[in-house]
Structure formats: structure tokens, C-alpha cells
Ligand binder design. Sequence first.
Ligand SMILES: Cc1cc2nc3c(=O)[nH]c(=O)nc-3n(C[C@H](O)[C@H](O)[C@H](O)COP(=O)(O)O)c2cc1C
Ligand code: SF4
Length: 414
Amino acid sequence: MIETKIALKNAGKIAPDSLSEYESVGGLNAFRKALKMEPLDVLKSINESGLRGRGGAGFSAGLKGKFTDESMCRYCGQKYIICNADEGEPGTFKDRAIMENDPHLLIEGMLIAAWAIGATTGFIYIRGEYTDSIQKIQRALDNYYTEAWLGKTFDTDDEFKLDLEIRLGAGSYLCGEELTLIESLEGKRGYPRIKPPFPAQHGLWQKPTLVHNVETFAHMPFIIENGADMYRQYGTENSPGTKIFSISGDLNRPGNYETEMGVSLRELIEIAGGMKDDIPVKAILVGGAAGSFVSDEHLDISLCYDSMKKVGGVFGSGAIMVLNETRNLLDFMADIMEFFKHESCGKCIPCRVGTAQLALMAHEIKSLDKDAVYVRLQKMQSEAEYIAANSLCPLGASPIIPISSFNQHLKDKI
Ligand SMILES: Cc1cc2nc3c(=O)[nH]c(=O)nc-3n(C[C@H](O)[C@H](O)[C@H](O)COP(=O)(O)O)c2cc1C
Ligand code: SF4
């Protein structure tokens, strides 16, 4: 399988700061078309395309749009749209590829989604370290305002208009979680809210809010312009379309590669230039720190939501970290546990104390003999299960994913 591009189709081909270059390659055709459609038909098209959110959970974008649309009539009050550009999952660096290469595409996707649900104000929440992305997105917003695509009332029955602005994240992993992000946008400390209610009902300032990842919005212009059937020609039945994989580790050409959903790990490694110095694969972490481990026995697994489930794993953000045979897996596991300890917000005790305990155990394990390591790994798994069952938010439920998949697939490779 070779690269197939939807979200990165213009990358490297147009100047990212030029709206006219974006229009010269068909930019804004989709939004023009959407404005002539009924908002409900736009939502229907997104639903029929089968697009699933690219932020990690893989929830249906069509359903999320429908819930936000239905939670309040479009003339009855304020609705918001938010782009999650926090990109905090370790090993994930795909959203910045869109923002730095084709920022107008992301904003066109937001215009389409805002029109569909009747949102009139929106925010792009970008991680503060992404200075290039911030600059490129700001330039694109300025272009859209100058050319009156933003801040202008369109000649539609309900006088639709959208205002968009950037807000910066301050480096908290948890603030990438949609409700915590909303708290942060409201100017509060980055503590999570209890779900439900979901943002579709009670989001920003308690108003209906549609939150999507950068890559999800970047697929919407293609779907509206070409139709759901065309989109479904790419990818698999339950995971249609393409995906940008951020692939890193012991490879010749680590980077971002966009392919159809369903590409195998083996094919992806080949696209990334193969293993560095031809040293064979030992382990692969799919989906970032909150993702799952597989081993060299799973190289033919197809990368999509369903097949990862079959091996007891998650697909997550699409980050792929490849480790060769020389790597110490226990060191790697300890780094992951340190990450969760550092990012726990401390609001609830099982996660605050538990993630610190897991990090301690992951370090201690490194000096034990093999049999003792197996016993300790099992102990870490039951601790992580307890934390997952008794924590307030999904961060507390995350360490169990790498630990259990490690125990399932990598115990013999230590
Ligand atoms: C701890 C944590 C961190 C997250 N970080 C991000 C992030 O950096 N970017 C992102 O798009 N989604 C992140 N998510 C997922 C969001 O909560 C949410 O599902 C996503 O923004 C929805 O967009 P989508 O429908 O396009 O997938 C995170 C979730 C959790 C639990
Ligand atoms: S589970 Fe962890 S990150 Fe989530 S609220 Fe509790 S302490 Fe904070």
C-alpha cells in the first residue's frame, strides 16, 4: 500500500500562508457547496461517510454532529465549535503537519461543521509550544477575515456567520481531554469534568459544543466536495478514509505518512524506509503512551479500530513507535509510567497515588531476575486495574492499556 492523501493532499504543493493558492487547488469549493445544501444534509453526508474522530477515541463524527445539532435548535441560542489542536499524546505529531502545511484546510473544515450544527463562535486550542502552527493558523485566520469568509454574515436563511480565534494550551496532557480543554478555555484550572453530560449538551460555558481533532476537521471538505461514497472507497468498512500515522523510533525515515486505514504495520514500516541498520523489530507501541504494545508477530495486523481491538489493544491517535531488538523494554515501560505520574492532575487519590506507585514499581523491576519481573508485572497490572476502576477521568484508565498489552504480547521479549 502506498501513501494516499486527503488531509495532507496540499502539503508541500502550496504556500501555507496564501488563501489564493489554497483556492487555486480547489480550496473553499466544499464550503461553497455546503452553503447551498441544507445543514441537515451536510450532517447526513458526514454521517454516511463513516468518518470517525481522529483524536483517539474514534467516535462517529456524524453522530457527534447530530447530537450537538439536536441538543438545541439553531435559532435558540449560542453553540460553539472547538478544534482540539493540543496534540499531547507522546509520539503524535500529525496535527502540526496539517496546521503548518495547509492551515486553510482545517479552517474550511471548521466552517463546514459550524454551518452544519449552527455554531457561530469557535476556538482553535493549540499547544503553546507549537509556535509554527500558531503562526500559520493565525495567518490563515487573518486571510479568511480579510476575504470575509470569517466574521461575515452569509446570505443564507438563518444569516450564518462564524468567528474563530486561537487559544493556547500550557503543556498539560490532560488539557487535551475535551472537557478538561473546555475548563481551560473558560480560564479555569485544567481539572476534568465528570461525563456525562457530554460537550454536545453542556460544553463551553454550558452551551452545546462540537469538539473535534484537527485531522477530523481536515477530512470534512473532501467528504462534502466528493460525497460520502467516494470517501468510503478508502480504508475499511468500519474505519473508512485515510489516517496520518506519526511513525517514530528505529527507522530509516521516521515521520508523518498518510495512508488508507487498514495499512499493515509491515507496510507502514516499509513506507518509513524500513528498520534502521536492518536490526529487526522487537516491539511496537500503537497509539502513544495510552496505547497498546504489539510484537514482531503482529506486523501483518491491519491498522484500524477493529483489528487493534482483536489483539486486545486500542488504535488511539495513530502514533506508531517502533523499537528494535537492542531496546530495553523495561526502560521504555518505566518512561511511560513516569509520564502518567507527571501528568496526573492529582484531583483523585487512586490516580495521584497509584500512578506514582506504578512508576516506582516500573523502576524497581529493572533490577529483578526474570521470574520476579513476571510476578511484579502481574502486580502492576492489578494495581492499574484498580486505578482504572476508581479514577475520575480517562487518564486514570490509561496506564492499564500499555501494561496489560505488554503482559499479553511482550513478556517473552524482556
Ligand atoms: C488524557 C487525554 C488526552 C487527550 N489529548 C488529546 C489531544 O491532545 N488531541 C485530541 O485531539 N484529542 C485528545 N484527546 C481526546 C479528546 O478527549 C476528544 O476525544 C477529541 O478531541 C475528540 O475529537 P475527535 O472526535 O475528532 O476524535 C485526549 C483524551 C484524553 C483522555
Ligand atoms: S484520574 Fe488522574 S488525571 Fe483524572 S482527575 Fe483523577 S487524578 Fe486527575
